[in-house]
Design a protein around this ligand. Structure first.
Ligand code: G3H
Ligand code: 13P
Ligand code: ZN
Length: 288
């Protein structure tokens, strides 16, 4: 396998779309939930929806992961609730504080055999707790020290990707492959995580705008370019915005073309099927 895709989910339709795509391609995936997802759906729904997916799809290979955990307490809560892994995001803290917080989570998780993702360097765009104007790239030497002192299983790095649909002001952005190479050289055995890996699918943006939406100046990174990070150590690819755009595009199109329909099962089926197709494309590009 090349890399594993981690998809952000927060409702039944997204979970169904992602898991059905994964089973169809016989590929392991990660479902991850953010603080916003927990606030929207609540933990029991999310955990049980993932359990339900495993029951409905016995061949499903899935792990449930906490995305951007911002405190020891939330990481502990998710580990105790049965998550397979957690991310502790101390990237906004000073280096030593980030190490201390991350190590505390690793020490707790280790007792239960759970894996922990840390983050070093700040990824541009809107994270849950931090809003940055620019990217603060990960320092390769610090990355080595961070991994050694915390014992994290994987490391989220900042090399030029950004969160959200409004990542870049112009098309064809680039990535700092030079920094990635140096990081991989320092920690060749640590799986690296690429956040902000949505490509802001141009056709979905166009559909949204065609059917009454207003998503302007939204550009992502080409999938071909993102895929080049895989031989350089990136083993987990985080995707959220492209699923949101896909869902919204199909929903807008469906409702515009079927003005008499008002049964959520009809328009949600259409949106779910389109998200599934986008997930199939992502898995085919990055994972098989
Ligand atoms: O990296 C952040 C994810 O895209 C989660 O976004 O906080 O709006 O759920 P959210
Ligand atoms: P996107 O906004 O590019 O989908 O990034 C998602 C992400 O990094 C979740 O942690
Ligand atoms: Zn992220």
């Amino acid at each position: 396998m090349k890399a594993i895709c981690a998809f952000n989910v927060n409702n039944m339709e997204l979970i169904q779309a992602v898991t059905e795509a994964a089973v169809e391609l016989d590929t392991p995936i990660i479902l991850q939930v953010s603080k916003g997802a927990r606030q929207y759906a609540s933990m029991p729904y999310l955990v049980n929806l993932v359990e339900s997916a495993k029951t409905v799809l016995p061949k499903l290979q899935v792990k449930l992961h906490l995305d951007h955990g911002d405190s020891f307490e939330i990481c502990k809560e998710c580990i105790d609730a049965g998550f397979d892994s957690v991310m502790i995001d101390g990237s906004h803290l000073a280096f030593e504080e980030n190490i201390a917080l991350t190590k505390r989570v690793v020490d707790y998780a280790r007792q239960f055999g759970k894996e922990v993702e840390g983050e070093l360097g700040q990824i541009a765009g809107i994270e849950e707790h931090v809003e940055n104007e620019k990217s603060l790239y990960t320092c390769p030497k610090q990355a080595k020290e961070f991994v050694e002192r915390t014992g994290v299983s994987s490391l989220a790095i900042s090399i030029g990707t950004a969160h959200g649909a409004f990542k870049y002001k112009a098309p064809n952005p680039s990535l700092r492959f030079d920094i990635l190479e140096q990081i991989h050289k320092e920690i060749p055995n640590t799986p690296l995580v690429l956040h902000g890996a949505s490509s802001v699918t141009p056709s979905d943006v166009a559909t949204i705008n065609k059917f009454g939406g207003k998503i302007e100046n939204a550009y992502g990174m080409e999938e071909k370019l993102l895929a080049k990070t895989i031989p350089l150590g990136v083993k987990k690819i985080n995707i959220d915005s492209d699923l949101r755009l896909a869902f919204t595009a199909k929903l807008r199109e469906y409702l515009a073309e079927n003005p008499t329909h008002f049964d959520p099962r009809q328009y949600l089926s259409a949106a779910r099927a389109h998200v599934k197709q986008i997930v199939i494309n992502k898995i085919s590009t990055f994972c098989v």
